[in-house]
Design a protein around this ligand. Structure first.
Ligand code: SAM
Length: 239
């Protein structure tokens, strides 16, 4: 991966950053994404935000060597604190867990006033992001699922709007699996949830052989509920 050729995962994120955006990429690491966007899609301004020194320095090096310092500002700081109010209209956060992404959004809520689009790529727990969208009046407008190098990634795109719009009456299942992804039922989706099912079934067997306590009963119930939701979603595809 470099500033001209992104991974398929980051290319999918890039696809949802509108041309002409003023964007911030939080947790930018090498700043590959903002550099690629500045060179290929005509964003007008970008912030590459990093909390760790090594990745921050690597982002600075890349932005300088690409001659992009007039477009991309590399800033060191935690989450959205690197953004001044009103500075950006699009934020990308990729390659972290869903809970970390939502805590970054939650802690920086005030900076979201001027933001019209969020493009988020959680490595795990996309459900946390869908729940955060629902609780904070962001409408999930698009979702993608891809497989790259044996790993499956989801990309979630949010805009301010009606947070309930993408969901039908099956909201619990929509939050877990993704309303758009459940309807599309692509190969990566089937693969991800078939693997999750096997994993959960194994955990249920272990809980059963561990003997019953209030804790194991509750845990088992929680997993069985998820198994039912996923089996139902996969069955819908067959019918
Ligand atoms: N976004 C790049 C990608 O998707 O390839 C890099 C992902 S890398 C696994 C995660 C990066 O996020 C690390 O460089 C880490 O230092 C940074 N990071 C983690 N928590 C952060 C926070 N609260 N604020 C800013 N950066 C953060």
């Amino acid at each position: 991966m470099n500033t001209d050729k992104l991974s398929m995962r980051l290319e999918t994120v890039a696809k949802y950053v509108p041309a002409g955006s003023r964007m911030a990429d939080i947790g930018s690491d090498h700043a590959y994404l903002p550099c690629y966007l500045a060179k290929n899609t005509g964003i007008s301004f970008a912030i590459a935000g990093e909390v760790a020194m090594g990745p921050y320095q690597s982002a600075e090096r890349n932005v300088q060597s690409e001659g992009l310092t007039t477009i991309i500002s590399v800033r060191m700081g935690d989450g959205l604190e690197v953004i001044q109010p009103g500075e950006v209209d699009c934020i990308t956060i990729a390659g972290m867990g869903g809970s970390l992404i939502t805590s970054i959004l939650e802690n920086g809520k005030k900076k979201l006033d001027s933001v019209t689009r969020l493009v988020l790529q959680p490595n795990i727990s996309a459900v946390s992001i869908r729940k955060w969208f629902l609780e904070n009046n962001w409408e999930l407008v698009s979702e993608e699922i891809i497989e790259e190098d044996g790993k499956i990634y989801e990309v979630l795109v949010g805009e301010k709007g009606d947070p309930y719009k993408p969901y039908n009456e099956k909201i619990e299942s929509g939050l877990l699996l993704g309303p758009f992804l459940s309807r599309k039922q692509e190969e990566a989706f089937q693969k991800k949830w078939t693997m999750e099912l096997r994993n959960w079934q194994r955990i249920v067997e272990q809980l059963e052989s561990a003997g019953e306590t209030a804790e194991t009963i509750e845990k088992k119930q929680e997993i069985v509920n998820k198994i039912n939701l996923v089996e139902e979603a996969l069955k819908n595809e067959e019918s």
